[in-house]
Design a protein around this ligand. Structure first.
Ligand code: SF4
Length: 239
């Protein structure tokens, strides 16, 4: 089995965002991403500067770590990154599912893989204009198709009015996908990120603004959530 580039494996903790927020979860963070979002909060799993911190692990080694952390209890496993879709997670998912683990993955929707259909939940997180990236919608559609009707949801991070208007357009394009809106968090780049003081007032102000904006527009279909783990632990890694 081909080794996976792994930035970190940690947990159990709670899922801090989106469709499975609050659910006890073990995280497998893949190293490497095809995007470079201006406000990325996971640069340690993206930028090649941090490549020396990533570990080449076989799927069996990754699953052994997941089993050890979870004490053999088949929890949810979250595949995050970076963009986990640039690697082949099919063997890991197969190993885990055989023992009752379920797999949730978040990706921006730039690369489709056949193994998306083995996930329990696919969270597609198209990046809004403030990210500096541009979504290729044909590729995004290919990701939806690859999930083959597994639970697929969208999460959009909103930093400003432009992002908000963009999110409304995306929601109109994909009315069948449950949508989670999340206020953006301005995270400083690593290594400063972990120690940086969290601007909790700013985060709550942006959350309140997003709620007011969405409800004020009588746009009632999205679920509007903060990043729960940031509220509890700030920018600390591995929790
Ligand atoms: Fe970071 Fe996600 Fe953007 Fe990749 S897609 S650069 S992991 S925010």
């Amino acid at each position: 089995m081909k080794p996976l580039r792994i930035a970190e494996i940690f947990g159990p903790t709670i899922q801090g965002e989106g469709a499975v927020i609050g659910v006890p979860t073990v995280f497998v963070r893949a190293g490497g991403c095809d995007y470079r979002c201006t406000w990325c909060d996971s640069l340690h799993a993206v930028d090649s500067r941090f490549r020396h911190d990533w570990t080449a692990m076989t799927p069996s080694e990754v699953f052994a770590a997941v089993e050890r952390l979870s004490g053999g209890v088949p929890l949810a496993v979250s595949l995050s990154g970076g963009n986990p879709a640039i690697q082949d997670f099919a063997p890991l998912i197969e190993l885990g599912r055989a023992k009752g683990y379920s797999f949730v993955m978040e990706t921006q929707g730039s690369i489709a893989q056949d193994w998306f259909s083995a996930l329990s939940t696919l969270i597609l997180s198209p990046k809004p204009p403030s990210s500096g990236e541009t979504v290729d919608w044909a590729r995004f559609d290919a990701c939806i198709a690859a999930a083959q009707h597994r639970q697929t949801v969208m999460k959009i991070v909103v930093f400003d009015e432009t992002d908000y208007a963009w999110a409304r357009g995306v929601a109109a394009k994909y009315p069948h996908l449950p949508l989670y809106l999340q206020p953006g968090n301005h995270t400083p780049p690593p290594p400063e990120a972990e120690d940086a003081e969290i601007d909790m007032d700013g985060i709550m102000d942006r959350y309140e603004w997003l709620i007011d904006k969405t409800l004020g527009d009588r746009w009632y279909t999205p679920t509007i959530l903060p990043q729960l783990h940031v509220l509890v632990w700030g920018n600390k890694r591995g929790v």
